[in-house]
Design a protein around this ligand. Structure first.
Ligand SMILES: [Zn+2]
Ligand SMILES: [Zn+2]
Length: 344
């Protein structure tokens, strides 16, 4: 089968290769991939600056949906033909404090599909059966391919942050994670202000269509002034950064009210200068969010199925797997929003 393979560490070293069709071990299932999304971290894997462990040669891709093609001898829960999507934490130690408390997304030994184990930019992908989630009948394969990023947002916006109806939530960064987080915050009854730059104009417009109460182009308008005016100088109840931009993070800590919540989902990739005292002066509740766990997937699938979150409008391009390079370029130039590859 054809597969997009990262064949060595370092920059580049990715190509479309012919690889043998896999087969599932006793506790595994083999999924025929119907749709696989290109994630920002796939670009970092390409660039060789990803901070999570990778093991080349490895098939990349970790956001996907498909149909079960074959099940291992001990698998009883799944059958060929089942429409599914899959978590990515193919290996966690199972014994550390994090694993034993259900927080296996932060297990130090975690190894992911598409990084360490073969992933989804291929016709077939084999995963441990415990990772598999049923795709609700009314959720398309395209929508289903965004379950993984959506589950990351559920972890950040629902499981790590406490949003109450009527809260004012500022989200910085209108990429796929911001646009999904926005909808989750709306579903919890918040008013949402989505912030981006001039180059994000299209994304901000989509954010508006997906329910943002207000969008701010921070190149043209001063969000501090706008949020102050909206809140009688108090600041927003919550700020969630989905951009990983130092400027947005510095701004977020300014925008959030005293005693408010600040949640970091975006990654800057490098240390930067920040007025950390704001956390003490304003008694902020600051939390980080990384990846997702079983509970996040459960909520994500429910939200998709009930139409509380729409993921298909984020899909700007659907390309055959052979056009993976075009897809990566579009993702890098931010010309597209979410780009989906379809194995042939
Ligand atoms: Zn991802
Ligand atoms: Zn562990």
């Amino acid at each position: 089968m054809k597969a997009v393979v990262k064949y060595a560490h370092g920059r580049g070293n990715v190509e479309l290769r012919d690889v043998p069709k896999p087969s599932p071990g006793p506790d595994e299932v083999m999924i025929e991939v119907k749709a696989a999304g290109i994630c920002g971290s796939d670009l970092h894997i390409f660039d060789g600056d990803i901070k999570l462990p990778i093991r080349p040669p490895v098939i990349i891709g970790h956001e996907f949906s498909g149909i079960i093609a074959e099940v291992g001898s001990s698998v009883t829960k799944w059958q060929p033909g089942d429409r599914v999507t899959s978590e990515t934490s193919a290996y966690v130690c199972g014994e550390c404090l994090q694993c034993r408390t259900g927080n296996y997304n932060v297990c130090a030994e975690k190894r992911l599909i598409g990084y360490w184990f073969d992933g989804a930019f291929a016709k077939y992908c084999v995963v441990p059966s415990r990772l598999v989630h049923k795709l609700p009948d009314n959720v398309s394969f395209l929508s289903g391919a965004l379950c993984e990023p959506l589950a990351c947002c559920v972890n950040g916006v629902i499981e790590k942050t406490r949003i109450k109806p009527g809260d004012l939530v500022v989200i910085t960064g209108p990429g796929p994670i911001g646009l999904l987080s926005l909808q989750i915050a709306k579903a919890q009854g918040a008013s949402v202000v989505l912030c981006g730059l001039s180059r994000d104009r299209k994304r901000l417009e989509l954010g508006k269509n997906l329910g943002a109460d207000l969008t701010i182009n921070v190149d043209e308008e001063d969000p501090l002034r706008i949020i102050s005016k909206m809140t009688d100088n108090a600041g927003s109840d919550v700020c969630i950064d989905c951009s990983g931009s130092p400027n947005a993070i510095r701004m977020g800590l300014q925008l959030v009210r005293r005693g408010g919540q600040y949640t970091q989902i975006g990654l800057t990739g490098r240390p930067f200068d920040l007025d950390f005292d704001l956390i003490a002066y304003k008694e902020l509740i600051v939390r980080g969010s990384l990846g997702q766990r079983w509970t996040s997937w459960r909520i994500a699938l429910k939200m998709l199925s009930e139409g509380l979150v729409k993921s298909e409008p984020l899909i700007s391009d659907v390309l055959p797997l052979s056009k993976w390079e075009t897809g990566f370029q579009k993702a890098r130039s931010k010309e597209g929003i979410k780009i989906i590859l379809r194995p042939e």
